[in-house]
Ligand binder design. Sequence first.
Ligand code: CTP
Length: 411
Amino acid sequence: MGHLSNRNIIIGVSGGIAAYKAAELVRLLRREGAIVRVIMSRGALAFITPLSMQALSGNPVHTELLDEDAEMGMGHIELARWADMLILAPATADVIARLAQGRADDLLTTVALATTAPLYVAPAMNQNMWLNPATATNIATLTERGITVVGPIAGDQACGDNGPGRLLEPVEMLAAITNRLPARPLGGKRVVITAGPTREALDPVRYLSNHSSGKMGFALAGAAAEAGAEVVLITGPVALESPDHISRVDVESAQEMLAAVMDAVSSGTDIFIAAAAVADYRPISVEAQKIKKTESELSLALVRNPDILKTVANATNRPPLVIGFAAETHQVAQHANLKLVTKSLDAIVANDVSRSDIGFNSDYNAVALFTALGSEITLEGSKRVVAESLIAAFTEMLESKATNIMGTTNG
Ligand code: CTP
């Protein structure tokens, strides 16, 4: 997988002879794993056809701001929200001027104004237009606003001039963009995470469950995706929105969760994280009809559920890193370390759930990470911050495991 795997990128093409180079840029971005959508200005249509851009990007091309059909598919605000990055290449002097003024008089400038994603501008124009103080002022305005300007370069121009104003070559544009991206230490790695509670049905209307909110597992999924991993999040019923760029599998019972997990890890997984609060027991049988009340006591017979974490840790295709969670009220370190050993884990994240300020529904967490190699680190903060630190720790563990394995085979 490439540097840009699963990133949503919009290429905005405006009208200039260099528009054909945008086609090559689309091809390179897709080769790096990006999902690309193309917006073409009306001027761009005179230089390159939407059909070529559609074929190269694999998505319909967007051209009009007020087109009923297009707005029904993916409207301008949806496009602006969808994008992780907007690259205007080539950007003409006119588009640059309109961006500098904050105008929104076509689809391209509207999306540029409406998005909160990073904006890259690759200018291309005649050297005199580039050197004109009006353009220089507009470029300075864009740069001050945090927009990244890549290029132009000097050279032969289509109009016969020789000077600055040539669009940066697509490979150089790609390098300029990827160099500015934050590091993706889990790029090319696959992470499977369980989250939330499970529901164990008693009859068609009742179930046994627990108070898990799923927040920690979802935060881990978001942090792992941010670190570049391909993430599969297998979750019990929760009221949470999925983080960006993950695949989500919704399940109800522990048995369904186990089946989904085994399916997900079967295609090769680097890290498995069990953050779900899986019910240890389920009713021995599920009544086909609603259980009616009587005057006498009601006893429930329960049977053990499969231990998903232990099953993955002992599977023949065991992921290199298997991580568990332990919610404890007392003797946290002892109980967590016992689970680490009995479940054959690489590490366990322990929560002290006797504390009232952290735990199931809180956005805040304080955890201790115990590893099979005997190290212990404590982390505290919002669930997102804790999740980012945990993912960084798991990344390091995965790297050192890979180095050790290579050391063993070589030595
Ligand atoms: N787990 C699992 N499948 C189960 C039960 C637990 O995958 N059927 C995982 C949880 O996701 C968590 C860890 O195992 O990562 C928790 O271990 P467990 O021993 O089940 O913790 P508790 O249920 O808290 O155990 P106990 O009640 O014995 O403290």
